[in-house]
Design a protein around this ligand. Sequence first.
Ligand code: GRF
Length: 214
Amino acid sequence: MQTPSGHPVESTSAQRVVVLVSGLGSNLAALLAAHEDGSYGARVVGVVTDNPAAGALDLARDAGVASVVVSTKDFEDRAAWNVGLAEAVAVFQPDLVVLAGFMRILAPTFVRRFEGRIINTHPALLPSFPGAHGVRDALAHGVKVTGCTVHVVDDGVDTGPIIAQAAVPVLEDDDEPTLHERVKVAERALLVETVGRIARDGLFLAGRQAVIGR
Ligand code: GRF
């Protein structure tokens, strides 16, 4: 169902998703497109960014989704910023927090607050090539296949239980932009599929095993 302005009416059964993003937001755009379908099971109710210039803010506005900027510049230190970030996210009462190109490391206090409900998309096949340069590092290593990973966020950097992965071939003439673009195509599809499945069937964790549905 849609409002006259074209925005979907909030469904009481849809899982509430908050997306944290630092940049362009093509993954956010894919989630916003998916939630237009009432059977998707998840709905983006808020976008939170650390970057006042994030393209994601325009995407949120155009989709009629609330957004908040929580800039490190507005806080005394990283601990205070983490508290401010957690408060901004909590306002939306999320069932799921999705890091979609969020380029900051979250403090354990943030992770505890939404424990087991934070997922991240990473542009490499973890546990290979964690960190901020997953595509560059895969290329430099000379792998022939890389890909993307959706995983549960724990206190480490890209170390949490893996939920889903997709493989992407590395071509001989690839550079970082061409490979990242191909990875992002797979990443968007995997993230949309995974968030929808989690929303509809639930995410269950047992140690390092992350399973959707039971
Ligand atoms: C994605 O590849 C994400 O995994 C990485 O940065 C990219 C963000 O892309 N950390 P976008 O902002 O969703 O377009």
